[in-house]
Design a protein around this ligand. Structure first.
Ligand SMILES: [Zn+2]
Length: 305
């Protein structure tokens, strides 16, 4: 073999190996780091849920505001390139004479990546925010906070919104959702450490990782049903089941996640699922999980007028 040809082949082989390693690392690799940990003490959460006396939520409604479709490996690393659906939800906890909105959806203008959008659903969510007694978001990303930042009567609803200090401290994480200039003047964000009793049967659990302001919303209904709205700690239950994160390309380049923190939460949620199977874990964007909870009567589709 001629020396120049030999050199060229060696360079090509090295490049191929490097490209393969980069592909594996960015698209497929998803091992649990040794130092991943997250404390989720369900007994303390249950105790906090009983801290505020009063009736617990009688029912939980949901609206599906929009639909994204991502490559499967962006949701669960190594799952391939076929499209997988990620619906965008808003929830409403119905009390005998009040209500709480959990996550607020987004507007159609906030993304050019949407597969579909339901303007009527967003209108119902924003109307529900007007009559709600409290509004919380699992985190500051636009598909969860966007229905609030774009609310047509923000001055009316903002005083009822319990947005945390962490959720407001990184406004660039919410873009293109953005509070109008001066809308937050004088606003007192919610400040808490690990658990916060929000209302009878409702506890916020701080869970930074997917974003700095991520939190989990625990709900215990009047009938004793327990749900954990985990926001985007996991987009699909499969992340918990397989203990696999989103592809690193997604978590590093687009989300700028604390991957180790999210892995710790995935491990804690799996342990909880194994030891407390009656607690319904509700991932951020998992259509089949939601469908099953609706079929079982645990969630009701559509906000009642
Ligand atoms: Zn989301």
């Amino acid at each position: 073999m001629r020396p120049w040809l030999r050199r060229t082949l060696i360079v090509l082989a090295v490049l191929l190996v490097l490209a393969g390693a980069a592909y594996y690392w960015l698209i497929v690799e998803s091992h649990m780091p040794g130092d991943a940990s997250f404390a989720l003490d369900i007994d303390r959460v249950r105790a906090a849920a009983a801290e505020i006396p009063g009736d617990k939520p009688a029912s939980i409604e949901l609206e599906e505001v929009a639909l994204f479709t991502f490559p499967a490996t962006g949701v669960v690393a190594g799952d391939g390139w076929q499209g997988t659906p990620l619906p965008v939800y808003s929830y409403r906890l119905i009390y005998p004479d009040s209500s709480i909105v959990v996550d607020t959806g987004m507007t159609e203008a906030m993304s050019d990546q949407l597969t579909s959008f339901d303007a009527a659903a967003l209108s119902r969510v924003q109307a529900a925010m007007s009559t709600a007694t409290q509004i919380v978001v699992t985190h500051e990303h636009m598909d969860h906070i966007g229905g609030l930042t774009s609310h047509p009567n923000l001055a009316n609803v903002l005083p009822k919104a319990r947005i945390t200090r962490e959720q407001l401290s990184h406004p660039e994480r919410s873009l293109p959702a953005k509070f109008p200039d001066h809308a937050l003047d004088g606003y007192q964000p919610l400040v808490y450490d690990h658990y916060h009793a929000l209302a009878p049967g409702v506890v916020l659990i701080k869970a930074p990782g997917h974003s700095p302001g991520s939190q989990i919303v625990y709900v215990q209904t009047a009938s004793g049903t327990e749900l954990l709205f985990i926001g985007d700690v996991a987009w699909h239950f499969r992340n918990i089941e397989l203990q696999r994160e989103r592809a690193r390309l997604m978590t590093m380049l687009f989300l700028k996640e604390d991957r180790t923190a999210v892995f710790g939460q995935l491990a804690a949620l799996k342990r909880l699922h194994e030891t407390q199977p009656a607690v319904h874990i509700v991932p951020g964007h998992d259509g089949p999980v939601i469908d099953a909870l609706v079929a079982a009567g645990t969630l009701k589709r559509g906000f009642s007028p």
